[in-house]
Design a protein around this ligand. Structure first.
Ligand SMILES: [Zn+2]
Length: 506
């Protein structure tokens, strides 16, 4: 079984921001989830190195364009490495194999008379690198996504891909494959985009204006429009057009933010249909992060969240935890450094980390450095074990992107239940009397084994900390495919070296 997850490739005209970190971290969580189920995985992420914006960013810094791209590419790669994103393929669209394949796809479509050359006068947003219809613009005639950039009127000859011949077929595909676009809200949005006849898509830029791009195979005065070039990465990463890509492609899932639904939900499927290729399996769409109070993040307000700065404060897993836990399925979600620190302290610190260190330290001190061996279980013990097993069950099954926050929420509830159990059972008192010492051992064992189950599941979300926790418990390595199971922590087993998992952040 093969599963191929892609993130968008990011424009390198600035440093990686929280949105980039989010999609790539979520992709990593999903990869770890599929791996735990026994899938063979491919995860691609990377950078889009073409287009006018990159060309201008290099010029602004008075840098050679290749040196500029190398620098930005390294920055993005370093950030994803730092965040524990276990990508298998890091995309650079400047790669020769990619450029040849893009040109091949264009030639195929051109030969079918689906690409036409024509003169076009229109309003152009450099931020989107896209022509805009009047209905796309704000009341004062600007791009709603780039209000400060000022749209330009452009009058030029370009090549266009015919979209309309495929509109009905694409709508049919969406109806026939209910899982093709998820969640529902974005599927409906996409269907709205396809409700009216589609204008031809401009797929070229004259070299007189843009030089950084893939030259059109049928006209050397033009380079390929960035979206056409960028979208093709999803195929070229897995070796298309050479044989061997088919199995990966059949299990392909694209993760995207809602702002790029149109290129991925309209342009890309139609490019594929025009080239005679099958569509990807799924498009998973997420909303955006906004500042505290629902205010859009901006440098001038000072409410942007720099992922690297956050990671310095709460660690990579503190950041991963917040991102996994708080993105809502179909509306924008709030993020700020304060919210991340609060969540880190109250959930990872107080609820999850403290419990492990209290129980493990007490066992270590009073049971000879070992996991206490349990006696007979009570109804309370069994109830807690069931709660924990139910809570992590989702991580033993396929998790859709939109379901990640709910699954993490269940873990928090299980941790709350464990804390309540410990407070009620009070092993510290049970230990004081000889007669209740066996009961104390059982309570500690039940808690430690439940924690093992919890952290085995959390390897999918916060892998580094979970690895540390499992090492403290000296837990036997979990099998693949992974299933949550009780009693895999042997009683009488020595504990590992203990430490603090999530030190409190001020
Ligand atoms: Zn724009």
């Amino acid at each position: 079984m093969k599963s191929y997850i892609t993130t968008p490739i990011y424009y390198v005209n600035g440093k990686p921001h929280i949105g980039h970190a989010y999609t790539s971290i979520v992709a990593d969580i999903m990869k770890r989830n599929r791996e735990a189920l026994g899938y063979e995985m491919m995860l691609s992420t990377g950078v889009d190195e073409h287009g006018q914006k990159n060309q201008e960013a290099a010029a602004d810094l008075e840098m050679d364009v290749n040196a500029y791209l190398d620098m930005r590419c390294k920055e993005f790669k370093d950030v994803f490495d730092q965040f524990g994103v276990s990508y298998d393929y890091f995309v650079r669209t400047s790669r020769d194999g990619h450029k040849t394949a893009v040109a091949g796809m264009e030639q195929t479509i051109f030969d079918k008379d689906l690409i036409v050359k024509k003169q076009y006068t229109g309003t152009y947003c450099k931020g989107c690198e896209e022509f805009k219809k009047e209905s796309d613009l704000t009341e004062d005639g600007q791009c709603p996504l780039h209000p400060t950039m000022k749209v330009e009127t452009t009058d030029e000859t370009n090549y266009f891909l015919k979209l309309e011949p495929f509109r009905e077929k694409l709508l049919q595909h969406i109806d026939d494959n209910p899982d093709f676009v998820q969640p529902e809200a974005f599927k409906n949005e996409l269907k709205k985009m396809l409700a009216e006849p589609l204008e031809d898509l401009c797929i070229s830029r004259p070299k007189s204006r843009v030089t950084l791009g893939v030259e059109l195979p049928f006209d050397q005065d033009f380079v390929t429009y960035v979206w056409f070039d960028a979208l093709a990465n999803y195929l070229t990463n897995i070796g298309w057009p050479e044989n061997g890509y088919e199995d990966w492609w059949a299990g392909c899932e694209h993760l995207i933010g809602k702002d790029i639904l149109k290129p991925h939900g309209v342009y890309w499927p139609i490019m594929l249909m025009a080239a005679g290729l099958p569509l990807p399996k799924k498009l998973s769409v997420h909303s955006h992060w906004v500042g505290a109070g629902g205010v859009k993040m901006s440098k001038s307000i000072g409410n942007t969240v720099d992922p690297e700065e956050v990671a310095e404060k709460v660690g990579i897993d503190g950041l991963r935890w917040y991102l996994a836990r708080h993105m809502r399925a179909d509306s924008d979600s709030q993020i700020s450094v304060d919210l991340i620190i609060q969540t880190f302290n109250s959930e990872l610190g107080n609820k999850i980390g403290n419990l492990l260190s209290r129980v493990a330290k007490f066992s270590n001190k009073n049971f000879d450095g070992k996991v206490p061996a349990p006696g007979a279980l009570t109804a309370e013990d069994e109830a807690l074990r069931k709660t924990v097993l139910d809570a992590v069950a989702g991580f033993g099954a396929w998790i859709d992107m939109a379901d990640i926050p709910a699954q993490v929420q269940k873990i928090v509830e299980a941790a709350t239940a464990m804390n309540e159990y410990i407070d009620q059972q009070a092993p510290w008192s049970l230990f004081k009397n000889e007669e209740t010492r066996e009961r104390c051992a059982t309570v500690l064992y039940v808690t430690l084994d439940c924690q093992r189950v919890l952290f085995e599941a959390l390897r999918q979300v916060i892998p580094a900390s979970s690895g540390k926790a499992l090492a403290m418990l000296n837990a036997p390595s979990a099998e693949t495919p992974w299933k949550p199971e009780l009693d895999r922590l042997p009683g009488g087993n020595p504990l590992g070296e203990l430490g603090t998992l999530f030190p409190r952040v001020q």
